[in-house]
Ligand binder design. Sequence first.
Ligand code: FAD
Length: 124
Amino acid sequence: MSISRDRAAADRHRLASRSISRVLPSGGVDKRYDLVIVGGGSAGLVSALVAAGAGARVALIERDRTGGDCLWTGCVPSKSLIGAATLAQRMRSADRVGLVPVVPDIDFERVMDHVDAARADSPG
Ligand SMILES: Cc1cc2nc3c(=O)[nH]c(=O)nc-3n(C[C@H](O)[C@H](O)[C@H](O)COP(=O)(O)OP(=O)(O)OC[C@H]3O[C@@H](n4cnc5c(N)ncnc54)[C@H](O)[C@@H]3O)c2cc1C
């Protein structure tokens, strides 16, 4: 695993921990809750945050990675890739606005670093 992939994994862990710490009590788990949510995707996270914000005791149960499809495979990564592809296409077609077009070198490892950074910045 490369250094950038290690950093991305650490960012993902930090993101998941940050999300969980917003809704789980610190210092041990009290088993009495007003609301138990199964699934820490967009729906579960928003529900947990809203309920916790309203004063409810909330347990959020996630079997894999907090953030669900939107953070890991859907909205965030797809829009990051579309953003990079759009920029590359604009560079190729820059002559439309009177600029000298260039064909960008595509470093896919760095494109994926951009995707990982977008995930880390997401409120998830
Ligand atoms: C390519 C792509 C692009 C997308 N782009 C957009 C977009 O731009 N805008 C937009 O609004 N939506 C977009 N979506 C849709 C968006 O990703 C989904 O609507 C959203 O993720 C649904 O959230 P959810 O919480 O309902 O489910 P999920 O994100 O699927 O989360 C469910 C969570 O529950 C967990 N889970 C499941 N069963 C259990 C269990 N038994 N115990 C514990 N945990 C469990 C899973 O591990 C998962 O983390 C896109 C989807 C894709 C695939």
